[in-house]
Ligand binder design. Structure first.
Ligand SMILES: [Mn+2]
Length: 316
């Protein structure tokens, strides 16, 4: 359905039109570093011992120039080397059983890219390990959700996001980042969206028609009780998708489609603390839509720090 040129134009901004993002070409071409995430010692970063396996997926499908989300996996890897391994809250250095594979080489066509993600995620799931997909665009999540659902049919998707991502189609493809949760819902997955504060009329109507519970950003900021309620709505097996634009742009400016009045880093820590304590099984996760800004490394570091906090609690 066409909602008019104005709204489409607005959404084009969502497609990362508005922010100039470029990485030095030399860095883009240099080979992927062999140095492990978080500088873990090579022994504990071995694939055989890993409980969580990072899959770097530098993909920004429909964008034809400029480097945005595709630069994120390397930026997070490099930032992760600076993360302090001592966890003050835990009072120790957690022993992460974390490994990674080399970045996926993804074709531009969304359907083919998703198929390749699916294959990589499926392989890790079948080894009894937890895939951690590092995007890239949010559309990638679909490639992880398909194999995860095959193994865990009652899977819940915990979606942290500023946008509903419930459009039926966008820019001629049903596999756009703006459609990812719509596809997930159509797969019969139970969805728990958190931090949403931007959506189209079509998405708003879909939410009403399907009586979809949404934890709006407005109902979270500065309030208590929402964490417990989110956890209560999760099934025993959870796939966590972190669209980093869930955060307020004051803390996370490096994303293609920033939305004001978002969640805080502390909100996410509170949620992750509760999620880890809940004994729900996080069978897979992704972090998507970081679009690094050259010479502004705080957002890249935030992502690394967020993942370290979460993994330290999921794999204590
Ligand atoms: Mn999203």
């Amino acid at each position: 359905m066409d909602h008019g040129a104005g709204r489409r134009g607005l959404h084009r901004e969502r497609s990362r039109g508005g922010i100039l993002i470029a990485a030095p070409a030399s860095r883009a071409r240099s080979p992927w570093p062999t140095r492990p995430f978080f500088d873990l010692d090579p022994g504990s970063a071995r694939l055989a011992f890993a409980r969580t396996v990072i899959i770097p997926a530098p993909y920004e499908g429909t964008v034809s120039y400029g480097r945005g989300a595709a630069a994120a996996p390397r930026a997070i890897l490099e930032a992760s080397w600076q993360v302090e391994l001592f966890d003050q809250e835990l009072g120790r250095e957690p022993k992460l059983a974390l490994s990674s594979i080399p970045p996926l080489s993804l074709p531009r066509a969304p359907a083919q890219a998703l198929a390749r993600v699916e294959k990589a995620v499926s392989k890790i799931l079948r080894q009894g390990k937890r895939p951690l997909l590092l995007g890239g665009e949010h559309s990638l999540s679909l490639g992880a959700l398909r194999p995860a659902q095959r193994l865990f049919p009652r899977l819940t998707v915990l979606q942290l996001d500023a946008h509903a991502d419930l459009r039926d189609q966008w820019e001629g493809t049903p596999f756009s980042h703006a459609c990812v949760m719509r596809r997930a819902a159509e797969m019969g997955l139970h969805i728990v969206p958190v931090g949403i504060r931007s959506l189209s009329l079509e998405e708003s109507q879909w939410i009403k028609r399907h009586r979809q519970k949404v934890f709006w950003a407005e109902e979270i900021r500065g309030k208590a009780g929402w964490v417990r309620e989110v956890i209560r709505r999760l099934g025993p097996e959870v796939y966590l998708t972190i669209d980093i634009d869930v955060l307020d742009p004051s803390e996370m400016p490096a994303t293609g489609t920033p939305e004001p009045a978002g969640l805080s880093f502390h909100d996410l820590l509170a949620l992750f603390r509760a999620l880890a304590a809940s004994r729900k099984k996080v069978v897979g996760l992704d972090l998507v839509e970081l679009a690094p800004i050259p010479r502004l490394h705080a957002p890249d570091f935030l992502c690394a720090r967020l993942l370290y906090f979460l993994l330290a609690r999921l794999d204590p």
